[in-house]
Write a protein that binds this ligand. Structure first.
Ligand code: CUA
Length: 350
């Protein structure tokens, strides 16, 4: 019987290596508007992170090329051949080589560490500009609460920030560990109960951006999303002024009937509507459910999982657990007319 031919083994391993590398490169490609794309920075923080990522990737790619070339050279050029006389050569010690393979990796590690530490320090300053806007982020299973202490505003699942101004996110959790991830705007930071973590940044491009909790936090972890709206300063001031208004109380029609249902049902135990219901006058920390004062003006709902439409609000109130498994929101047992009136009231809260 003939021995297996070496040429087949070589061809197969070379082809496999090419396919694996092509697949790896294709997986990294960024084509099109993926909402959680980390390669489309829209703030000083994410630009600094991306530029560090590029530097390290280029350096790593060079190392990869050198290692692969050396490996293939060792396999195909410097290896012993079938039929070579005597034992394969063995080398016991070479001081020059040992110095080289100690010094070169040390230099590479320094080349990666210095810009990394520099970026960490730059993106987590101890002090920030005097006109910085503070936004408190409070994570709940499974929604996000946002408070603006200097503006008297609080909202849920959708955070607005002005472009071109330093923003300081101070974040903590009401229950378990979450992670605040808004790839285009602010990188990622763990949100931990009993502790306040920080992100400081300047967003530069007005638009709507996606965010997502990225630390497993229970049944509906994947349903704990949010949106970041970067507004130009005039639009942001307008938004703040609107948020500070008390919503108009409906006096007739389904919305007025819905307001009555709101007052009678247990909604107000967990949700605040400014001027209508709420735990405390100063809207302090610790509501179980989102502030609904301007619910009707939000584009999304239920942890930003659903578009805010009357159909979706009805779906949510009817069976919250079907939309967001494990949610604290109870089923109210309303009939169809009561449900549609309550939805009309909530949507009237512009
Ligand atoms: Cu919150 Cu995962």
């Amino acid at each position: 019987m003939n021995p297996p031919r070496n040429i087949n083994f070589r061809r197969v391993s070379f082809t496999a290596a090419v396919i694996a590398m092509a697949a790896a490169i294709a997986g990294c490609a960024s084509n099109g508007p993926y909402p959680l794309d980390t390669l489309s920075p829209k703030s000083d923080l994410t630009r600094a992170i991306l530029s560090l990522f590029k530097e390290v990737t280029i350096l790593d790619s060079l190392v990869l090329v050198v290692v692969i070339v050396a490996m293939f050279a060792a396999i195909f050029i410097y290896s012993s051949r079938e039929g070579d006389p005597g034992e394969p050569s063995a080398m016991h010690s070479d001081v020059t080589l040992e110095m080289l393979w100690t010094v070169i990796p040390a230099v590479i590690l320094v080349a990666i560490t210095v810009p990394t530490v520099h970026t960490i320090i730059r993106t987590q300053p101890d002090k920030w500009p005097a006109d910085t806007l503070e936004v408190k982020v409070i994570a709940h299973q499974w929604w996000w609460e946002f408070k603006y202490p200097s503006l008297g505003v609080q909202t849920a699942d959708e955070v607005h920030i002005p472009s071109g101004r330093s923003i300081h996110f101070a974040m903590t959790s009401e229950d378990v560990i979450h992670s605040f991830f808004m790839p285009s705007i602010g990188g990622k930071r763990d949100v931990v109960p009993g502790q306040e973590n920080q992100i400081t940044l300047v967003a530069d491009t007005p638009g709507e951006y996606y965010g997502q909790c990225t630390e497993f936090c229970g049944t509906s972890h994947a349903n704990m999303r949010f949106r970041v709206f970067v507004d130009n300063p005039a639009a942001f001031d307008q938004w703040v002024a609107h948020q500070n208004e008390t919503p108009i109380k409906p006096t007739e029609g389904p919305a007025a009937a819905g307001a009555k249902i709101w007052a009678d049902a247990p909604c107000a135990i967990c949700h605040t509507i400014k001027g209508v219901s709420g735990f405390s006058k100063d809207y302090t920390y610790g509501f179980r459910g989102p502030d609904l004062t301007h619910f009707g003006s939000r584009g999304t709902m239920a942890g930003s999982m659903l578009e805010n439409t009357p159909e979706n609000v009805a779906l949510w109130i009817k069976d919250p657990d079907a939309v967001k498994p494990g949610a604290n929101m109870p089923t109210l047992g309303l009939d169809d007319e009561e449900l549609s009136n309550l939805v009309a009231y909530l949507e009237s809260l512009k």
